[in-house]
Design a binder for this molecule. Structure first.
Ligand SMILES: *[C@@H]1O[C@H](CO)[C@@H](O)[C@H](O)[C@H]1NC(C)=O
Ligand SMILES: *[C@@H]1O[C@H](CO)[C@@H](O)[C@H](O)[C@H]1NC(C)=O
Length: 428
């Protein structure tokens, strides 16, 4: 332990020293920034290591196998998870361990509040029951963490929603069927001070992961996948959640990679790889005349490939409230159909939406360093409300070309726009 502390302070000294020289370029061509990034990762992992040594003695490990879980992929392990969770949640700090087997679960709620902080270590796979009658009580959730504070979920394992049966029964796939709801694979509801890292979420029945009514959330290292044609399978959904950071995640689904909706504030997404899917979306907002607010959204560092949208803000007519202080920075687009789009006439229903007077105000949106290719002629589209023009929209250093070569166009309606640096394309 003494040795580790020594290393830590040594790294810290190196770190502070280098921090004074801001333009160092290293022999191998890496930049100062890379170096710092590497060093801070080293420091962080070292810290984590030291911390793990400190706490593992005090945290009780609760292994689902000790509560009767079979992990054979066939037996229903819901009761065992329930029993293990009750023990973990009522103890003074515990690790709930899901070992490297395949556990089959019906809808299950990890309910809080718990007596102390909890870590859930998922090393294996948790797979969803495919029996639709298991979902008859609540059609909208499979796994839910409900009101668990200071929760950490990690472990490199997989949450597998077995969504195929739900997609086949979706009215978006088979128009003859009635439209019914389907479960979100993994929901965090009212989980303040939450960490979710290093997990794969796959083939969720509808949305893959949802963060709802939570504060202070750190998400990193997620791989979120569902087929590009699976209906409504949003990757990471953020609703009424404040102060959430989503970093270093790879998302490819049949709907939005990340969707951020009403009540969300201070959302930071960094180092995101997205595609296939519908891109990164703020909204939809203002559906059914609702009053919605979203602010302080930053997407910094993203690569979008083959998505139908890139950076989208979508609002229905007839709503109110605002979407404000939004920043999109350092984004690479690769054959994206609508790379930059604000759509204040969003209408996702069978009957056409009628013209209405009110709208959700869109204000202060900055697009900075956005490069790459558009699959459609229109690389930049601002379709803003006539009564509530988009205000304070800034395009800075934009370069969007057509995928097959040639310049993309911009289409601009009712927008107060300014340019900085080199911008291609410009509004007519
Ligand atoms: C589905 O669950 C119901 C109710 O628990 C049960 O009666 C039925 O046998 C199950 N179906 C299959 C295919 O396992
Ligand atoms: C670009 O995207 C379009 C529309 O999604 C698709 O038809 C086309 O094959 C893609 N081109 C390449 C080179 O991937």
């Amino acid at each position: 332990m003494a040795l580790q502390r020594h290393h830590l302070s040594l790294l810290f000294i190196m770190f502070s020293f280098v921090a004074c020289h801001s333009t160092v370029l290293f022999d191998d061509g890496s930049t100062f920034k890379d170096f710092i990034k590497q060093k801070s990762t080293d420091v962080l992992s070292l810290k984590k290591f030291v911390k793990l040594g400190d706490i593992s003695s005090s945290l009780k490990t609760v292994n689902v196998n000790d509560y009767g879980a079979r992990g054979d992929g066939k037996t229903d392990d819901t009761q065992a998870f329930n029993d293990a969770w009750e023990v973990a949640c009522s103890s003074g700090g515990a690790v709930l361990l899901v070992p490297e087997n395949n556990y089959l679960l019906k809808p299950f709620r990890f309910s809080g509040p718990c007596r102390s902080n909890i870590e859930v270590q998922i090393s294996g796979t948790i797979e969803a029951s495919e029996n639709l009658s298991d979902y008859s009580e609540d059609l909208t959730h499979w796994l839910t963490f409900d009101s668990v504070e200071k929760l950490s979920v990690k472990g490199g394992g997989t949450i597998h929603g077995n969504g195929n049966i739900w997609w086949q029964n979706s009215c978006k796939v088979n128009e003859k069927l009635p439209c019914k709801d389907a479960p979100t694979a993994l929901t965090f509801y009212k989980c303040n001070d939450l960490t979710v890292e290093d997990l794969t979420i796959k083939n969720g029945q509808k949305m893959q992961v949802s963060f709802q009514d939570s504060e202070n959330v750190k998400v990193s290292g997620l791989t979120v996948t569902a087929p590009g044609d699976s209906p409504n399978t949003d990757g990471i959904h953020v609703t009424n959640t404040q102060n959430i950071q989503i970093s270093s995640s790879v998302i490819g689904t049949g709907d939005d990679c990340i969707s951020i909706v009403s009540g969300s504030k201070d959302v930071l997404a960094t180092d995101i790889i997205c595609g296939p899917g519908h891109g990164i979306s703020i909204g939809s907002l203002g559906a059914g005349g609702s009053k919605d607010f979203v602010s302080g959204i930053t997407v910094k560092g993203a690569m979008l490939s083959g998505t139908t949208n890139g950076l989208r803000i979508k609002t229905w007519q007839g709503g109110s409230g605002s979407a404000s202080n939004i920043q999109f920075q350092n984004i690479q687009m690769d054959n994206v159909t609508n790379p930059i789009i604000i759509d204040q006439n969003y209408c996702d229903q069978e009957t056409p939406c009628e013209e209405q007077k009110s709208a959700v105000q869109i204000r202060n949106v900055m697009y900075q360093n956005i490069k790459g290719t558009s699959a459609s002629d229109v690389g930049v589209q601002f379709d803003c409300s006539n009564n509530f023009p988009c205000q304070g929209i800034v395009l800075q250093n934009i370069d969007l070309q057509l995928e097959g070569g040639g310049g993309a166009k911009a289409s601009c309606n009712s927008v107060e726009l300014s340019y900085r640096g080199d911008v291609i394309p410009l509004c007519p």
